[in-house]
Design a protein. Sequence first.
Length: 158
Amino acid sequence: MLLVSACLCGCNCTYRGDDNSYPYFVQLYKQGQVVPVCPEKLGGLPIPRLPAEIIGGDGHSVLQGQAQVLNCAGQDVTSCFVKGACAALKLARQVGATRAVFKARSPSCGVQYIYDGTFSGRLCSGDGVAAALLRDNGIEVITDEEYLNNKFEVKNEE
């Protein structure tokens, strides 16, 4: 089974309270071929919420206690991001997911690149918190952009 960021499946769970839906993922979700997950919602963050970025590293650093996730008001929301990442990993294991397709650049779901912690729109190398935890536990995590560009077959996900 394939785990997919819930916002890509049409769920209104972004920090703005909307979605980042792609018709392709919405259709797969409606057909029961993917399992949607929003680590930030699973971590207890409200919808909508203030935007957050990782300060002092990436998701791996957060999981090691060496970096924090702060929202734009300076509030520490690290524990919510870690809790959500753990819940996403638990869900992945429950459904037998070996691959996840996550929203690019997110502090939870970003893969290879995330925002740099300055709230300026600049990117830096690194994974989001949930992406890091899943990858550390043997689950392949790719961005929505990579998935759609490569047009992976969903039937290979089972």
